[in-house]
Design a protein around this ligand. Structure first.
Ligand code: CA
Length: 432
């Protein structure tokens, strides 16, 4: 189906841009060379500088309030404003950047003070993250990993009742492009009685989506399932780096600790719920025999529209491939429809005991593997715990990550009749 009826931009590189057409307009924090951190919106290969737009008096009313909050070096205040001012700002940006905008010539005259080439900017974490929680809602991943760790009992009985999560480490979140240092830790070799200490030999990635919290709640006042969507500011890609050998030894009884807390990478652009609205979908029906969610997690509207249809991709580029000019190899292609719980259910469950969520808190979905080969979101699953090696075009093989390996996550939404949007990249090189 044609998308020719959709608005196009006078920023011509935005039209048909794989990630950032006019219909996306994600928010992020950038700096010009040597400059301060500031907020902007991505359009094509440019960053729309919100401070420059405010200086030129381009906004008024609630769009102006939102632009002021989103122009800062951290987007927490912008997230805290909630959905309505964010929508007002988005609508203004859509008007200003439209090819038929009455302001077009005036905006073009502002040149690169208003539209900065992305290639000249550095991206930063979009917000200060007070708390980071990693869920486990990818049911195929939970099943695959469960089989490896507990062959007789892969999926624990709570899984289909509780959106399972653990508290991650906010201080080691890093933006795409930050190199990842291989962690040291305790591991128990097969058959050994005591652990050894040293560098992880089973370093892995996890393909996840990150969820940014908007307006929070007061302690003791849970966010109900019907209003949970209004509390979400946006989405990014997230790579939950995992040292599997540390994890296997430490994870019982309290879950992952040092095997995860050394680093988590995220993509810098916050894709809003508004941009994703055309790609919302019904939550896939639960397999026959699975329990219905408890009442506090069940809402008809959420079941009908609360799932997301986002294509997710993992690629690997080794140092040797880079040297030989070989393109990154795809390791997996999956989709957010593999989530057993919706994002609203994650928010509601997290706050149901009275836990206070705050603007700028980050959730990970958990690894979003699909049911088949070619859809697996970690090397642990692809190699069945290191039993088989992945073949690469250089003749190299991988069971887990090696020094110089670069892992690239991408995400893209496609639907007939809609302009496709992407998330940009979440990439990082392993050092050591
Ligand atoms: Ca994870």
């Amino acid at each position: 189906m044609s998308t020719s009826n959709h608005p196009r931009s006078w920023v011509t590189c935005a039209n048909d841009h794989p990630d950032f057409p006019l219909q996306n307009l994600p928010f992020g924090v950038f700096s010009r060379s040597g400059g301060e951190k500031q907020g902007g919106a991505a359009v094509g290969d440019f960053i729309f500088d919100l401070q420059a737009a405010l200086d030129a008096n381009l906004f008024e009313g609630s769009a102006r309030i939102a632009a002021e909050a989103a122009s800062r070096g951290q987007l927490n205040a912008f997230f805290a404003l909630g959905a309505s001012p964010r929508k007002a700002l988005r609508n203004e940006l859509l008007k200003l950047l439209d090819e038929h905008s009455a302001q077009r010539e005036r905006l073009q005259a502002l040149g690169d003070s208003l539209l900065v080439p992305m290639s000249e900017c550095r991206m930063h974490l979009p917000a200060h993250v007070g708390d980071y929680t990693d869920f486990y809602v990818g049911i195929h991943h939970a099943m695959n990993v469960g089989k490896l760790f507990r062959p007789d009992n892969p999926l624990l009985p709570n899984y289909k009742y509780v959106p399972i999560a653990y508290h991650g480490r906010a201080s080691t979140l890093c933006v795409s492009g930050t190199p990842i240092k291989r962690p040291n830790g305790q591991t128990l070799a097969p058959g050994a009685e005591v652990p050894a200490f040293g560098p992880s030999k089973r370093l892995d990635y996890e393909l996840e989506v990150g969820v940014w919290m908007g307006q929070g709640n007061e302690a003791g006042e849970p966010i109900g399932i019907t209003e949970a969507g209004e509390h979400i500011a946006g989405f990014c890609l997230l790579n939950d780096w995992s040292a599997r050998d540390l994890q296997a030894w430490e994870y019982q009884p309290l879950g992952p600790f040092l095997s995860k807390s050394f680093a988590t990478s995220i993509s810098p652009w916050v894709v809003t719920a508004e941009a994703l609205a055309p790609f919302c979908s019904a939550q896939p029906e639960r397999p026959a025999g699975d329990p219905k969610p408890l009442d506090y997690l069940f809402d008809e509207q959420d079941q009908r529209h609360g799932a997301l249809d986002i294509e997710l991709e993992v690629l690997l580029l080794t140092a040797q491939m880079k040297e030989q000019g070989i393109a990154p190899q795809r390791l997996a292609l999956s989709n957010t429809l593999n989530m057993y719980w919706t994002v609203a259910q994650m928010v509601t469950h997290h706050s149901v005991n009275g836990c206070k969520l705050q603007a700028g808190d980050l959730f990970g979905t958990g690894t979003l593997s699909g049911p088949r080969a070619g859809q697996l979101g970690s090397l642990l699953e692809m190699t069945e715990g290191g039993k088989h090696a992945v073949q690469l075009p250089t003749g190299e093989t991988r069971k887990f990550l090696e020094a110089g390996d670069e892992v690239i996550l991408k995400a893209r939404c496609r639907k007939d009749g809609e302009v496709s949007i992407g998330f940009g990249e979440c990439r990082a090189v392993i050092v050591g």
